[in-house]
Ligand binder design. Structure first.
Ligand SMILES: Cc1ncc(COP(=O)(O)O)c(C=O)c1O
Length: 437
């Protein structure tokens, strides 16, 4: 029986988001090994988590060292050196000053949930603003402040105020600048959402699972200036696009905005479970025993995080993300000239989205074709998934040390997959058993 079939019979569907029958037996660098022995170029990196590629020596050595002299497993009731050092490194890394603290967790979800609870409790303001399409996590508290289509079953926080994320490719209210979103929030502040009731605005500096959407220039600045003028805290959810992926350490830096609170996850652990919140002491020290899990501040995971931070610097990975990401986008634009299915290419650094459409100017979302295309790409040796409200945006978040040759290999595989699709060589129902999202 295949590994994939054993997985189906054993592990719960509740935690699966599958696009094709990938069953991984190992990996090195930017490549995974599938159970049939094929090497697959990994353009997802487990949704951006494997930021240094698979099996990076720096992480392996850091984890080995930490485990060889294990400083417990938690920061709850004892300080440990790697957790404190990681906190110090993150404080030093973030722009701005003032007294700040770092909270360490396992995932983007627990980190965002912690922030959502802490800002409300510490400010006494009960409401939060977030974006339509936002994915801030999969726990009850992080889903409560999200507005992603996959979470239709989830309970939203009472008083959550959801605003549109201006998509330059599909302008909200025909306004590609996002100005209308800001004006509508001004109106809401005067009517049904009094700003003195709002604790925080949660931002994805690139709307990731909502469609890899880069906000229009100046929009985030205008929006955050408005919120700040009412004492609303700005939270940048950098879980997917932070940690150097965009070419800058924090993706929000592209917008000229300095948030009050940064949320890091995924790439911070380089593949191990690790997240962090960096924010002002009055919020982050609001109360003891407020948001804790036994393994939070785990010394082994914190050591991996330190290795990731060091390697981003020592291997110039932000520069690499910017350079190879630009080459990738260039190659994709070349593809777009030959394949009408590609409607838009966008992103920053190595966070790149390719929106698939039919119907030319009418930009009909090519939802079915996206599912067929990622399946065919998998058969041809490339792993990538799709995101977005219409499930039609290919998402590329490969390791930050991706080479130009690997980017070119991905383009060439996509070229073949697109050709196979347009020439009818990909069965219509190829992805029928894979729900995606
Ligand atoms: C922007 C953003 N925030 C938070 C999360 C949740 O992170 P995790 O799944 O690691 O809990 C995700 C996951 O996709 C994300 O993209």
């Amino acid at each position: 029986m295949t590994l994939y079939r054993r997985d189906e019979l054993t592990l719960s569907k509740l935690q699966k988001l599958r696009f094709f029958p990938l069953a991984v037996t190992g990996g090195a660098g930017s490549y995974l090994t599938n159970e049939d022995g094929r090497r697959l170029l990994d353009f997802s990196a487990s949704w951006g988590a494997v930021s240094l590629g698979h099996g990076h020596t720096a992480i392996r050595e850091a984890v080995d060292r930490a485990f060889a002299n294990q400083a417990g497993a938690s920061t709850l009731s004892a300080a440990n050196e790697p957790a404190v050092r990681l906190g110090e490194a993150l404080l030093a890394r973030m722009p701005g000053g003032g007294e700040r603290r770092v909270w360490l967790g396992h995932s983007g979800s627990d980190a965002n949930e912690t922030v959502a609870r802490a800002v409300v409790a510490a400010t006494g303001r009960p409401r939060i603003i977030s974006f339509a399409g936002a994915y801030h996590g999969g726990t009850a508290g992080s889903m409560a402040i999200s507005a992603h289509g996959v979470q239709k079953h989830a309970k939203r926080a009472s008083g959550l105020h959801v605003i549109p994320y201006p998509d330059p490719y599909r302008p909200y209210g025909d306004d590609p600048t996002g100005g209308l979103v800001v004006r509508e929030l001004e109106v809401a502040f005067q009517k049904d959402c009094p700003p003195d009731q709002v604790a925080a605005l949660f931002i994805e500096p690139i709307m990731s699972d909502g469609g890899l959407i880069v906000p229009p220039p100046g929009f985030m600045k205008r929006l955050t200036d408005l919120c700040r003028s009412h004492g609303i805290l700005i939270v940048s959810d950098e879980v997917k696009v932070g940690m150097g992926r965009s070419g800058l350490f924090n993706c929000i830096e592209h917008e000229g905005v300095q948030p009050d609170i940064w949320v890091l996850g995924k790439g911070l652990g380089g593949g191990l479970p690790l997240s962090a919140v960096i924010g002002p002491a009055p919020i982050m020290d609001y109360a003891a025993s407020f948001s804790m899990q036994t393994l939070h501040g785990n010394a082994v995971c914190a050591s991996a995080g330190l290795a990731v931070l060091k390697t981003i610097e020592s291997e110039n990975l932000m520069e690499n993300a910017a350079k190879v990401g630009a080459e990738l986008q260039h190659g994709l634009r070349d593809l777009a000239r030959r394949h009408g299915l590609i409607g838009d290419i966008r992103g920053r650094g190595l966070a790149v989205g390719v929106e698939l459409v039919t119907g030319g100017r009418s930009r009909e979302p090519a939802t079915k074709q996206a599912a067929q295309l990622v399946y065919r790409a998998f058969e041809l040796g490339l792993v990538l998934y799709y995101v977005g409200a219409n499930s039609n945006v290919l998402e590329m978040t490969p390791p930050l040390n991706l080479t130009a040759a690997e980017a070119a290999e991905a383009i060439s595989i996509l070229d073949r997959a697109l050709t196979d699709l347009s020439e009818g060589r990909v069965p219509d129902d190829i992805a029928a058993n894979f729900a995606g999202w």
